[in-house]
Design a protein around this ligand. Structure first.
Ligand code: ZN
Length: 301
C-alpha cells in the first residue's frame, strides 16, 4: 500500500452525472493536487430522460441503450476533471437504475433499490480496502432529494465504511481500513436562493427556473461545515457537466436537467461533516476536506 498517494478521496454516487454536478470542482482540485480521487458510481443511469431528439432513441422506453452510452459520457467527464480512477459498483451494469420513487422500475430484480445491502456494500468494501481513503463523500440519508438510488447509495456507502473497518468482515477483501471523515453533499439555503435569484435576473434561455426545493441537499446555512473553493476549477467542472450531454444542458454559470428548469452551477461546493472530527476552529468552516487528518501536512488548504 506504500505506493498510494498521501491523500485519498472516495466519492460514491448513484448515476453518471451526479459526481460532476455535486463534486466536479472538488474532484478536479484534489486530482490536480496529486490526491487519489476514486469515484464509485452505483448504476449506469439507464432510466434517465434524454435531452434532445438526436439520442432520444437510447432511452429505456425505446432502445434501452442509454446505460452503455452514459458509461462513455462518464469517461469523458472524468477526463475533463483529471480523474483516472472511476468504477461502477460491482462492475458496469451489476445494478440497474431504479427510476424515480414509486415507479415499477423500482421493483426490477436488478434494480439498485432492491440490492441486498451487505452484498452491495461488499463491492465497496473491496474498493475501500484497496484505495484506503481518509475521506468519503456521499449523500445524506434522504439521498439529497429522495431518489431511491441516491438513498440506497447513502446506505451502501455508510454500511461499507463500517464493514471496511471490521476485520471480521470478509478478510479476503483486504486489510481493514477506517475512513477518518465522511461528508454529505450539501448546498446552503442562502447560496441556493442567491443563485436562483441571479438566474431569474439573467437572460439564460431555459424554459423555466427551478425553485429552491428542487435542488438536492439544500439545508440551513448553519449545517454546512466545509466549503471547497473551486473557482480555479470552474471551467473543468462545466466541461465535465457538458460531457454528460444526454442529461445536462450547460449555459454559462447555469445548467438544466431534462426537466428544462434552470439552476445555478456552483463552483464552490459545500459539505456537512457526518462522521469524524472537523479540522476547523469551532464555529468555522473547513476549506479542505483533509484538514485535521493525522499525517496530513495541511498543505494547499
Ligand atoms: Zn442521480
Amino acid at each position: 500500500m506504500t505506493d498510494l498517494p498521501a491523500r485519498r478521496l472516495l466519492l460514491v454516487h448513484a448515476h453518471p452525472d451526479d459526481e460532476s454536478i455535486n463534486n466536479g470542482a472538488t474532484m478536479a482540485r484534489y486530482a490536480a493536487e496529486g490526491a487519489l480521487v476514486t469515484l464509485v458510481t452505483c448504476t449506469l443511469g439507464e432510466e434517465g430522460e434524454v435531452i434532445g431528439e438526436g439520442l432520444a432513441h437510447l432511452a429505456a422506453d425505446r432502445d434501452d441503450r442509454l446505460g452503455p452510452h452514459r458509461v462513455g459520457e462518464l469517461a469523458a467527464a472524468m477526463a475533463e476533471l483529471g480523474v483516472t480512477d472511476h468504477r461502477f459498483l460491482g462492475g458496469p451494469g451489476r445494478f440497474r437504475d431504479s427510476g424515480m420513487m414509486g415507479l415499477p422500475q423500482n421493483d426490477r430484480e436488478n434494480a439498485f433499490w432492491r440490492a441486498d445491502l451487505d452484498e452491495a456494500a461488499g463491492y465497496l468494501v473491496e474498493v475501500i480496502r484497496e484505495t484506503r481513503p481518509q475521506v468519503l463523500v456521499a449523500y445524506d440519508p434522504n439521498g439529497g432529494y429522495g431518489h431511491p438510488d441516491h438513498i440506497q447509495a447513502h446506505r451502501v456507502a455508510t454500511r461499507a465504511a463500517a464493514l471496511a473497518a471490521d476485520s471480521a468482515f470478509r478478510p479476503a477483501l483486504g486489510a481493514p481500513h477506517t475512513i477518518d471523515k465522511i461528508y454529505w453533499n450539501r448546498v446552503p439555503r442562502s447560496v441556493a436562493e442567491e443563485g436562483l435569484a441571479r438566474l431569474r435576473a439573467s437572460d439564460a434561455g431555459f424554459p423555466g427556473v427551478a425553485v429552491v426545493d428542487d435542488l438536492p441537499g439544500v439545508v440551513p446555512d448553519a449545517r454546512i461545515t466545509a466549503a471547497v473553493d473551486g473557482a480555479s476549477q470552474r471551467e473543468r467542472k462545466a466541461a465535465a457537466m457538458r460531457a454528460h450531454a444526454t442529461q445536462i444542458a450547460v449555459d454559462g454559470p447555469f445548467f438544466a436537467l431534462s426537466n428544462d428548469l434552470g439552476q445555478p452551477l456552483f463552483a464552490t461546493e459545500y459539505y456537512e461533516l457526518a462522521h469524524g472530527t472537523s479540522g476547523a476552529a469551532p464555529g468555522e468552516r473547513e476549506s479542505d476536506l483533509f484538514s485535521g487528518i493525522a499525517g496530513d501536512s495541511g498543505a494547499n488548504a
